[in-house]
Design a protein around this ligand. Structure first.
Ligand code: PSV
Ligand code: MN
Length: 431
């Protein structure tokens, strides 16, 4: 596997942190062994964790008011791939990349795939985009895409999704994620039932084009850009559509796509129970679809989501799998640093969930010992598993302190020189 940052630099950086890491790791091993938990098992578990990176997260994002680009931003999909390779090199937790078309469209998928493989990366779910018009596009999506009144517009949107599947196939991807912004801004604009009927019709054509070993993920979102009624607004609608379409259709939960205070872990439990949980877009939020860094606002919620995933994995065994991806917008931080920290925060929740004493929890639940049941979860959540995450990274060849190593390597400064801003460069950093 070729690396972008010099591995000797990473090793030197690790060397400086080694003694403290071992002291912290040994101390935590003692704490955990008193609870009957073997730290080595948890470290191996941490090493098995993976979350895919959104190609569109590699550039600085923005709001509807402004975007303040940073230096050395990637200008095309190959440069985005380089940034993703750096993130994986240092965290060893992000081997997958989720592409978005047409933003990441390439005429040379073979070259892109080879570049990814040379860095030990693969392509996770590909995403279609019928929420914007592209230059030269025949039919506008102003009034909808898969649900549009115009049959020609719907056909164009369906064809774009089929093209995404084709490109994804060439790249080795195995899933298509469909998020549409379709909906109504005013009562009366849509016949609410009619627009969902058209959505299902369109999705049936996309579903029919899926290769046997592919899945399609339906991503719901409460609102934005449709502010009165979004066609696929909630997990119930997503679930009903996935049921209608068939076994290859599943639901994707973007953590930012719900009303404030929604019990997202319960949605996760429901979808898992009925075999329709396809995957995640991880991010965090305070008010709406804020796309903030994972774990930055509500780490307990993230932990509770992973607690449900651990429960489902225990019930269903190795067959239980979800496609896990980040979906964030970095407006005021270096995107590489945010994506590295976020991957570590999602990994943290995954390891903390593995710490839950499930037998004890079940016992407290059966005995209606509410306080102890809650404390059992809290004990796992309160445990600082940072030494486990750092040890897992180091053993897998990554950095004990990914952000520290990244800054020491001067990658961004070098990128600023190698990637002078260019008018018309491919979009990155999506609002
Ligand atoms: C929509 O808000 C979303 O979460 C979808 O996943 C899009 O594909 C992504 O953001 C990028 O805009
Ligand atoms: Mn998303």
């Amino acid at each position: 596997m070729s690396t972008i940052i010099d591995q000797n630099l990473v090793a030197r950086h690790n060397g400086q942190l080694q003694a403290n890491l071992h002291a912290d790791y040994d101390a935590l091993a003692g704490v955990l062994s008193r609870r009957g938990v073997d730290i080595e098992t948890l470290t191996v578990h941490a090493q098995q964790f993976a979350v895919a990176l959104p190609s569109w997260g590699a550039g600085t994002g923005g709001t509807r008011f402004a975007r303040f680009p940073g230096k050395g931003e990637p200008r095309n999909v190959f440069e985005k791939l380089d940034d993703c390779a750096v993130i994986h090199q240092l965290t060893r937790a992000t081997p997958g990349i989720s592409l978005h078309f047409p933003w990441d469209r390439t005429d040379d998928p073979k070259a892109l795939r080879e570049q990814a493989e040379s860095h030990g990366l693969y392509f996770d779910a590909v995403n279609s985009n019928t929420f914007q018009d592209q230059q030269g596009q025949e039919h506008s999506y102003k009034y909808g895409s898969l649900t549009a009144q115009s049959a020609a517009t719907r056909a164009q949107a369906v064809q774009h999704n089929i093209d995404c599947i084709e490109l994804g196939r060439a790249l080795g991807s195995k899933a298509l994620t469909v998020w549409i912004g379709d909906g109504a801004n005013f009562p009366g604009q849509h016949n609410l039932r009619g627009s969902l009927e058209r959505y299902l019709d369109s999705m049936r054509s996309i579903y029919a084009a899926l290769p046997d070993d592919w899945q399609v993920f339906i991503e719901h979102k409460l609102f934005e850009p449709a502010f009165y009624a979004t066609t696929i607004a909630d997990w119930g609608t997503s679930f009903a559509c996935a049921q209608q379409l068939g076994p290859k259709a599943k639901c994707l939960v973007d953590l930012g796509h719900h009303a404030p205070n929604t019990n997202i872990e319960m949605i996760v439990a429901r979808l898992a129970q009925f075999g329709k949980l396809g995957g995640f877009h991880f991010n965090d939020s305070k008010y709406g679809d804020d796309d903030l860094d994972s774990g930055s606002i509500n780490p307990f919620q993230l932990f509770l989501v992973f607690n449900e995933l651990a429960d489902a994995a225990q019930r269903e065994g190795a067959s239980f799998k979800t496609a896990n991806m980040l979906d964030q917008s970095h407006n005021v931080t270096d995107p590489i640093e945010s994506l590295m920290s976020s991957a570590v925060e999602v990994q943290r929740a995954y390891v903390q969930a593995a710490l839950v004493d499930r037998a004890a929890l079940r016992g407290h639940q059966e005995a209606n010992d509410v306080l102890q049941a809650a404390q059992t979860l809290k004990q796992a959540f309160r445990t600082d598993v940072s030494p486990i995450l750092a040890m897992a990274r180091q053993r897998s060849g990554g950095a004990i302190d990914p952000v520290g190593a990244y800054r020491a390597a001067g990658y961004r400064e070098q990128a600023a020189v190698a990637r002078p801003a260019r008018a018309g460069a491919s979009s990155s950093g999506i609002v």
